[in-house]
Design a protein around this ligand. Structure first.
Ligand code: SF4
Length: 333
């Protein structure tokens, strides 16, 4: 049984200018212990899709339709009597069987509380551990994520740690209750390049050691290359291609995925001349295109792409792509 199943999720944001259609019918499954990368540029809907799933949308965000099944439970908002019941329920799930690693550790950590309090409170609230047992586990977790002298450092405040160390603490908090699912939203974006590599290595190491499944949200295909078993490419509020890491890196089918790959530098070939940015800008999700969301930037666009949404084609089991190029009817035209 899949750990997480999302079917046809639609999320909108109410604004003065109209409804922003941030997530437009997204479906995917995540197996236990699997690592899935969700990749897309800013505004592609990747983070809002995850916030819709875990109940952390901003006030003006509304999940209009879709089902979210987590660990055998239907946690779709429509099943709850009101938003308060839904929020109470989701609060229990988050920090227990689901955990988040956010982009900026400073906005997540409370600056006036010692690391000890921030680590052990979620354990005491969500498990049967005593304060002493929770403290011992907190020290073990700090050791696990590579914080030196954890017995001493647990007594310190967030400002006494570097950016990379703070992100390690966030990871320790996320692991505290042995979650079945860890969602990492751009976990390395706020860090400098060397620290980014260290944090990614740590997440990779923890993936091997823990039983948690991971969803890694990022704008950088390079970040998911080593870590993720499968990768979903999002564009214009939709998943336009999903497949294994090999499918995406060695046999991409969507012109947007191909474009993203051309933007990654190859460490074996430092000739940056080969990097080609994708021309144009993402679609306006206040008025998304009727047909393919990538149509205005796609060099291979056909007439049908403008007027009709591309159907999802299955290339092989687990590798799917929404592009008219894969549909015989369009190629004939
Ligand atoms: Fe390009 Fe058409 Fe495929 Fe969209 S459906 S990616 S516009 S070829």
């Amino acid at each position: 049984m899949a750990l997480l199943e999302v079917n046809n999720l639609v999320t909108k944001f109410k604004t003065d200018a109209g409804d922003v259609q941030a997530v437009r019918g997204v479906s995917f499954k995540l197996e236990p212990k699997e690592a899935l990368g969700i990749v897309g540029e800013s505004g592609s809907g990747k983070s809002q899709m995850m916030y819709s799933i875990i109940g952390l949308l901003a006030e003006n965000g509304v999940v209009e339709s879709g089902d979210v099944i987590f660990d055998g439970m239907d946690i779709s908002i429509k099943n709850f009597k009101n938003k308060r019941d839904y929020n109470d329920f989701m609060r229990k799930i988050r920090g227990n069987s689901m955990a988040m690693i956010f982009q900026d550790p400073m906005t997540f950590l409370n600056p006036v509380l010692k690391i000890e309090t921030q680590l052990i409170e979620p354990m005491i609230n969500h498990s049967s551990l005593s304060r002493e047992e929770a403290k011992r586990r907190a020290i073990d977790l700090l050791k696990l994520v590579g914080i030196p002298s954890p017995e001493k450092r647990i007594k310190q405040y967030p400002f006494e740690f570097s950016g990379g160390m703070r992100q390690r603490i966030i990871i320790a908090i996320a692991l505290a209750n042995n979650p079945k699912l860890i969602i990492a939203d751009e976990p390395t974006t706020a860090l400098d390049v060397t620290i980014q590599a260290q944090v990614l290595e740590l997440i990779e190491e923890l993936k091997e050691k823990s039983d948690s499944a991971i969803i890694m949200i990022t704008h950088d295909l390079g970040v998911v290359a080593k870590l993720c078993d499968r990768i979903a490419i999002m564009y214009g509020g939709k998943i336009v291609e999903i497949g294994t890491d090999k499918d995406i890196f060695y046999d991409p089918k969507h012109p947007y995925t191909e474009g993203l790959l051309k933007c990654i530098s190859n460490p074996e070939n430092d000739d940056e001349k080969d990097l080609t940015p994708i021309a144009g800008s993402p679609p306006d999700l206040l008025n998304p295109p009727k047909g393919c969301p990538f149509v205005d930037r796609c060099e291979k666009a056909m007439k049908v792409c403008k007027d009709y949404e591309p159907p999802v084609s299955t290339i092989k089991q687990g590798h799917q792509c929404a592009c008219w190029l894969l549909d015989e009817r369009a190629v004939k035209k």
